[in-house]
Design a protein. Structure first.
Length: 201
């Protein structure tokens, strides 16, 4: 029986390496090492191939990183869903954002402080990372207009993002108890702004 040629072996290996495998390998590398260490050679080492299959699926690293950003954002939104207490979606969404910064520091930096972050305004923060169901939850639960609910939610996102950025980009040793106590107080202050302080009593 004739053995396979080097080219045939390469083709067989390339068929085993698909776009999903490359993307997942890049994601695992990103979580572990950060976006500055995520390049074609390091991804190839994680996946177990040369850089050739990577460039057969992606025209360049920029295209791969853009797709990786979308993939990471989906992971973030799923994280927020899973770790949030459904009894108070509004407050818990902010706390989950902070947990993400602490538990997934490299992903947080990639999503929110890297060159791939496309946030030109606070409204874009809401549009890209906010959840419409949270806005509807606030509006329905506390009987306020949806535009006011969106304002409350956006304010909470901005506030908790500030805390998350401290945690995700430094070695702040604040405990969860300290942080979440601050979030509780912020929630009350935001409700005061729309004349709904009674809901927090």
């Amino acid at each position: 029986m004739n053995s396979l040629s080097e080219w045939e072996c390469l083709l067989l290996h390339m068929f085993k390496i698909n776009r999903k495998l490359i993307l997942e390998g890049a994601f695992n590398l990103l979580r572990d090492k950060g976006h500055n260490a995520t390049n074609a050679r390091s991804i190839a080492e994680v996946v177990g191939c040369s850089v050739q299959p990577i460039y057969s699926y992606y025209k360049n690293m920029e295209e791969l990183m853009e797709e990786l950003y979308v993939y990471s954002k989906t992971f973030y939104l799923e994280f927020v869903n899973i770790s949030s207490d459904v009894s108070n979606t509004f407050e818990e969404a902010g706390k989950s954002h902070i947990r993400f910064a602490r538990e997934e520091r490299n992903l947080f930096q990639f999503l929110f402080t890297s060159d791939y972050t496309r946030l030109g305004s606070f409204n874009e923060l809401y549009e890209q990372f906010g959840k419409e169901e949270v806005t509807k939850f606030i509006s329905k639960t506390w009987k306020i207009e949806e535009n006011k609910a969106k304002e409350l939610y956006t304010n909470m996102m901005i506030y908790t993002h500030g805390i998350a950025s401290l945690i995700g980009n430094s070695s702040y040793g604040l405990s969860d108890e300290e942080i979440f106590n601050m979030v509780d107080k912020a929630c009350f202050a935001f409700f005061l702004q729309v004349g709904k302080d009674e809901v927090w009593n």
